[in-house]
Design a protein around this ligand. Structure first.
Ligand SMILES: [Zn+2]
Length: 132
C-alpha cells in the first residue's frame, strides 16, 4: 500500500492527518548505541479495517507487518504495564497475573484502547494463521 514513490512521506502523513484519523498508539525506540536518537512509531486508524503504521526515517508499514505478539509495543499504555505480566510473551487477553489486565481493572488503561488492542490482536492472529 502507498507504494507510489512520488508521494513523499510527509504528503502521505498529511493526507492521513487531514482525514482526522485517530492516533492509536506510539512507540518510542532508542536507536544506536550511546546516541539519544528517538524514533516515534505511530499507529493510525484510518477506518475500521485499515490501520497504518508510521515509522519516520523508515518505510510506512502495513499493520499486517506487525506480529501479534509485538502489538502491545505499539500501544503506549500497554507497553507501560507489560513488565508487570507474569509470563513473557503474554498476550494480555486471558493470561493469569497479567499486568495489563490489572491496569485495565484499576482504570489505568481505558477500555476502549484495550478493546482496540484485542480487536487488532485477533485480526493479526487470523492473518498469521492464514499465512502459515
Ligand atoms: Zn499481559
Amino acid at each position: 500500500m502507498l507504494g507510489n514513490l512520488e508521494f513523499g512521506k510527509s504528503t502521505i502523513t498529511n493526507k492521513i492527518l487531514n482525514k482526522k484519523v485517530r492516533k492509536e498508539g506510539e512507540v518510542s525506540k532508542k536507536s544506536g548505541v550511546g546516541k539519544q536518537t528517538t524514533t516515534d512509531v505511530t499507529l493510525y486508524e484510518i477506518d475500521e479495517k485499515t490501520y497504518l503504521l508510521d515509522t519516520p526515517g523508515f518505510q510506512t508499514l502495513d499493520i499486517s507487518d506487525i506480529l501479534s505478539r509485538d502489538l502491545g509495543r505499539y500501544f503506549r499504555e500497554i507497553k507501560t504495564y507489560v513488565r508487570f505480566c507474569k509470563y513473557p510473551g503474554c498476550s494480555h487477553i486471558k493470561e493469569e497475573n497479567c499486568g495489563v489486565r490489572k491496569a485495565l481493572k484499576n482504570g489505568k488503561i481505558s477500555e476502549q484502547r484495550y478493546y482496540n488492542y484485542i480487536r487488532l490482536y485477533s485480526e493479526l492472529r487470523d492473518g498469521e494463521k492464514n499465512r502459515w
